[in-house]
Design a protein around this ligand. Structure first.
Ligand SMILES: [Ca+2]
Ligand SMILES: [Ca+2]
Ligand SMILES: [Ca+2]
Length: 205
């Protein structure tokens, strides 16, 4: 019968020389092809793909000519990593990462559509994230730093951060004629004061 071979092909088949199961899986690679398990049983055998692999042509049996190949989970499983994530296919598996500005909800579990990447509230670390004399505003996937009134970024061409903190504006120097004529300007941290020079009074008290 199919799936069986006579014990000794040089002798007639009978009780002393019976048909025995062919162990097809002894040469599993040539029977099922790569990335597969082969299961032998009496009279036949079955091939199964390893996890992370699928048969190339699902309409045909797994074989060396129709082998198990890597599943591109990033393409074939919709939303496999969930929102705000990056998916990277690997041979036999795949990896998920959160996009910059996002963290996985439960870091002890893999990133997926049930354990998604969520916005980091960077301002919870404030004032360290924006430095002193600043306001921190959380944004989805990001955050924004601004200086308190009377303060400005040390380097105005760079974003405000712990590495580019807010400094006092010296209004007496940086804002021309802020107190008007015949006056004395006194800078303070976060503000400034104006005084009339000796012999002058302010126009409208
Ligand atoms: Ca894969
Ligand atoms: Ca954020
Ligand atoms: Ca000031």
């Amino acid at each position: 019968m199919s799936g069986y071979n006579v014990t000794d092909p040089n002798l007639p088949i009978n009780n002393n020389n019976p048909c025995k199961d062919i162990h097809e899986c002894l040469d599993s690679e040539s029977v099922c092809g790569p990335n597969s398990h082969c299961y032998n049983y009496n009279g036949s055998f079955s091939c199964f793909c390893w996890g992370g692999y699928n048969v190339s042509d699902g309409n045909k049996a797994i074989s060396k000519g129709n082998p198990c190949t890597d599943v591109d989970e990033c393409v074939e499983i919709s939303d496999v990593c969930g929102p705000n994530s990056v998916c990277n296919n690997t041979v036999g598996n795949y990896n998920c990462w959160c996009m910059s500005g996002y963290n996985v909800t439960d870091p002890n579990l893999p990133i997926n559509s049930n354990n998604t990447c969520k916005d980091i509230n960077e301002c919870l670390f404030s004032p360290s994230v924006c430095g002193p004399d600043s306001n921190c505003t959380n944004e989805i996937g990001s955050y924004n730093c601004s200086c308190l009134n009377g303060f400005t970024a040390t380097n105005s061409s760079l974003p405000i951060s712990i590495n580019n903190t807010c400094r006092d504006v010296n209004e007496c120097v940086e804002i021309s004629d802020i107190c008007g004529p015949n006056s004395i300007c006194n800078n303070t941290v976060g503000s400034y004061n104006c005084w009339c020079m000796s012999g002058y009074n302010v126009t409208d008290t």
